[in-house]
Design a protein around this ligand. Structure first.
Ligand SMILES: *Cc1c(COP(=O)(O)O)cnc(C)c1O
Length: 426
């Protein structure tokens, strides 16, 4: 073996996996079992006391899921990861380790619509208060910091408009405030952007999107960068204080640079329960093997479609950071040089009615509420994902009434352009 470090595509195929030691199976088996037999009573006790690593019960961990966790940790450059049932479950589990009732976290206003709902309504009922900031105005994050701030949450490529976030600038604000920076890297995937390289402390994903990539399995994952010191100032008691459910151990002291991933597993996943099915882990692992190939095609197609739309008379504007004229193009060149992703919006001169009409005329594009599928997808956010927001909030989050969102798939770009042409022209 050479001492070369494996490249990204090699990791996408191999990281975390080896032939099954019992059967020689080369693909990662689906360990479709709820529970695992202990060697003896001492072994059982040491697993329950966190003195040894091993399998107990699939709600807490599973060997198929473990391969997925190791693979995504390797692709993101983190120390460890925890797979959960969905992207939203990842967000709940992360924040449960960081916030006590009455605490605050700062979130960029440009977010996935579901995250806006989750943060505004569900998290409020836990006593976790979201304070909104604007990624285009870094000072708005600084102004939002209070003594109760426990985290900052942003998307690397932000929904729905595909804008690129200046991760390094916001990580500087987080560092100064002494709080971790959480980056939702769903729309970029680690193929395009690795947030940890730019100062993120925690990365979350909806595996449902580009990582799984085929629109067939829900999943989420949390990656611990291992960069944050949880012991300072008693600010993060879940990590720094003795845990009564584990004989008084302190997670940071015991697990060091992967303590956050452990906390998410042994306090979050164990008690809240959103475990990922091993079958879904298998489907998502299979998807990840082709992530580099798919992601490049997604981006190349998206750029071609964005260029076509920018030249069409019915289109008022296109927000795609991969276009040289786009306001996020500088940031795209810095953070996502291989491509600016495959999810973007454009607006129609005909406004809301034209948006609704376009969606109904497209044939190859599927009208549905998802992104990151092999198939091309379309949605009109103002009448669907972002319909709960008032008009001003819709515009602020990039989902004004005239806006249509596309998620470009890996079909032939000529076919996608032809479909848009007939739908816009008819
Ligand atoms: C889909 C999505 C989520 C939520 O993930 P689920 O797997 O649907 O729970 C979170 N963030 C972004 C950016 C998403 O696209």
């Amino acid at each position: 073996m050479s001492d070369r470090l494996p490249g990204f595509s090699t990791l996408a195929v191999h990281a975390g996996a080896q032939p099954d030691p019992t059967t020689g199976a080369r693909a990662t088996p689906i360990y479709q079992t709820t529970s695992f037999v202990f060697n003896d009573a001492d072994h059982a006790a040491s697993l329950f006391g966190l003195q040894a690593f091993g399998n107990i019960y699939t709600r807490i961990g599973n060997p198929t899921n473990a391969v997925l966790e190791e693979r995504v940790a390797a692709l993101e450059g983190g120390t460890a990861a925890l797979a959960v049932a969905s992207g939203h479950a990842a967000q709940v589990v992360v924040l449960q380790q960081l916030l006590q009732p009455g605490d605050e976290f700062i979130a960029a206003r440009k977010l996935y619509g579901g995250s806006i709902n989750q943060f505004t309504h569900a998290f409020k009922s836990f006593g976790w208060n979201v304070v909104w900031a604007d990624s285009d105005d870094i000072a708005s994050f600084e102004r939002a910091v209070t003594p109760r701030t426990k985290a900052i949450f942003i998307e690397s490529i932000a929904n729905p408009g595909g804008s690129i976030t200046d991760i390094e600038a916001i990580s500087t604000v987080a560092r100064k405030a002494g709080v971790p920076l959480i980056v939702d890297n769903t729309l970029a995937s680690p193929y395009l952007i690795r947030p940890i390289d730019h100062g993120a402390d925690i990365v979350v994903h909806s595996l449902t999107k580009f990582l799984g990539g085929h629109g067939n399995s829900l999943g989420g994952i949390i990656v611990d960068a291992g960069t944050f010191d949880w012991s300072t100032g008693g600010k993060y008691p879940m990590l720094s204080e003795p845990r009564p459910e584990y004989h008084g151990i302190r997670l940071q002291e015991t697990f060091g640079n992967f303590a956050f991933a452990i906390a998410c597993r042994v306090l979050g996943l164990r008690d809240l329960g959103p475990a990922l099915s091993p079958f879904n882990a298998f489907m998502i692992l299979t998807g990840i093997e082709t992530l580099p190939l798919r992601m490049q095609k997604h981006c190349d197609n998206a750029k071609a479609v964005a260029e076509f739309l920018a030249g069409h008379p019915a289109v008022a504007s296109v927000s795609y950071a991969g276009l040289a004229s786009d306001k996020y193009n500088q940031l795209a060149r810095k953070y996502a040089p291989k491509g600016a992703g495959a999810v973007f919006t454009f607006s129609l001169k005909g406004g809301y009615d034209a948006g609704v009409s376009l969606v109904s005329k497209l044939q190859l594009f599927s009208h549905l509420a998802n992104v990151g599928d092999t198939r091309s997808l379309v949605i009109h956010p103002a009448s669907t994902t972002h319909s709960q927001l008032d008009d001003a909030a819709k515009v602020k989050s990039g989902a004004g009434p005239d806006v249509v969102r596309l998620s470009i798939g890996i079909e032939d770009k000529e076919d996608l352009i032809a479909d848009l042409e007939q739908a816009l022209g008819a």
